[in-house]
Design a protein around this ligand. Structure first.
Ligand SMILES: Cc1cc2nc3c(=O)[nH]c(=O)nc-3n(C[C@H](O)[C@H](O)[C@H](O)COP(=O)(O)OP(=O)(O)OC[C@H]3O[C@@H](n4cnc5c(N)ncnc54)[C@H](O)[C@@H]3O)c2cc1C
Length: 386
């Protein structure tokens, strides 16, 4: 059973409820997900049968008032993400999209009928959602999007293509962002709507167990009631991304811990030149560096949780932590892969799978460079992004 890393007694900052939630998700991942991940990664399939189970456990929309695991704090929410991503970034990505990128905007920007219809379905895992912002030509610069919505009778006609959409091919509902009279608005597009198709993207070498699709819309007519009434402009989708990025800050710690734990155990057993790999000074230096970086990442996550709880968390502070923790986890996974030698290039071990996944996490929800520039703009007052 995964034990987690806690060199600085982070646990003492957790409420009993947060510990209980962490242990519950840890057990779920260990018993119900880990036995199957290798097969799903090889086949490039998502374990869709686990979605209702995640709903049952309260993992979906976990911290929305009245939904999921009621009365959660930011640390408990972060720990859920940590435990899911310890299994595979796929699992955390699924939960992030469903919770922070679909349920969160419906909860905050949706009409009452939209909330009444979709939130219980999404919370229970009876329905799956996706978030369509990125387009083939616009990723870091979503404001340039070409997707359009045009008013027509009692509804809107959508045209355009979305790209790299997590859960896209599995979704019952897609939250599609498109320009209506030049202003970005959110539309709920249901599966089966004429003119709408979701096409799985093949050939991924990262997040292989995740369903990633393009969404194509050709004269898709959605009723007036499917427009999110309270979201106008880029700040709508960006506020959702801020929530999801907060989850990544904690999630990638789980991936880094999994790699660290794997290589710590391996180096104690693997003999090189007649002694354990762990007896070598170079190995001990690598392990000490990994532990130091994980601990620093945990302290960043913990303080960010406190800022979030008190309503003082700024997007640039999220940028700092997402940028640091993701790159940190990626470096740890690469180092662990190397320490496993040839074994490390197989899926008999998990470090390379985490390493490949973390390449996506470094890119999505704002690339490393974009978060660097967000911080640069905050520091200097000069925008170097656009
Ligand atoms: C597995 C996966 C799942 C995803 N899931 C979703 C999803 O569910 N929904 C969704 O909407 N999107 C999703 N995305 C898309 C993701 O958010 C984008 O890939 C990301 O924003 C980067 O956009 P891009 O790929 O178009 O790269 P680009 O924007 O083309 O960037 C290419 C490179 O240029 C750099 N760059 C960009 N601008 C600057 C600049 N001003 N200065 C210096 N360098 C710059 C970038 O950092 C990057 O290195 C997903 C992506 C992946 C890989």
């Amino acid at each position: 059973m995964f034990k987690g890393i806690d060199y600085y007694d982070i646990e003492s900052e957790m409420t009993p409820k947060a510990r209980q939630v962490r242990d519950m998700v840890r057990e779920f991942v260990e018993k119900e997900f880990m036995p199957h991940i290798r097969q799903h990664y090889r086949a490039g399939t998502f374990p869709v049968d686990l979605v209702p189970r995640m709903g049952e456990l309260g993992i979906l929309g976990a911290e929305l008032p009245g939904y999921g695991l009621k009365d959660m704090d930011s640390i408990a929410y972060g720990l859920i993400m940590q435990e899911l991503e310890r299994g595979d970034s796929t699992l955390r990505s699924f939960a992030s999209v469903q919770s922070a990128l679909v349920m969160y905007p419906i909860f905050h920007f949706g009409s009452q009928p939209q909330k009444d219809h979709w939130l219980p379905l999404l919370e229970s895992g009876k329905a799956i959602g996706c978030f369509g912002l990125t387009e083939p030509e616009f990723g870091s610069d979503p404001g340039g999007m070409k997707c359009t919505a045009v008013k027509s009778g009692d509804g809107y006609v959508l045209n355009g293509t979305k790209m790299w959409i997590t859960n896209g091919s599995l979704s019952n509902v897609a939250l599609v962002w498109a320009k209506l009279d030049g202003v970005i608005r959110g539309f709920l597009v249901e599966r089966g709507t004429p003119g709408f198709s979701a096409n799985e993207i093949s050939g991924k070498l990262s997040l292989r167990a995740s369903a990633t699709a393009s969404l194509v819309m050709r004269d898709v007519l959605v009723p007036e009631a499917n427009l999110l009434p309270e979201a106008r402009g880029l700040k709508g989708p960006l506020s959702c991304l801020n929530q999801a990025r907060y989850g990544i800050v904690w999630g990638v710690l789980g991936a880094a811990m999994a790699c660290f734990e794997e290589v710590l155990e391996y180096s104690g057993k693997r003999q090189v030149f007649g002694r354990p790999l762990a007896a070598r000074q170079l190995t001990q230096a690598k392990l000490a560096d990994m532990l130091t970086e994980i601990t620093k990442g945990q302290l960043l996550a913990l303080q960010l949780a406190k800022l979030r709880e008190s309503g003082r968390m700024r997007p640039e502070q999220v940028s700092l932590a997402k940028r640091n923790n993701t790159r940190m986890a990626l470096e740890i996974a690469r180092t662990a892969r190397g320490m496993l030698g040839a074994n490390g290039i197989t899926d008999w071990y998990q470090s390379m799978r985490h390493m490949c996944n973390l390449e996506s996490v470094d890119t999505y929800e704002g690339t490393y460079e974009i978060h660097t520039l967000a911080m640069g703009r905050d520091l200097t007052g000069i925008d170097a992004i656009s």
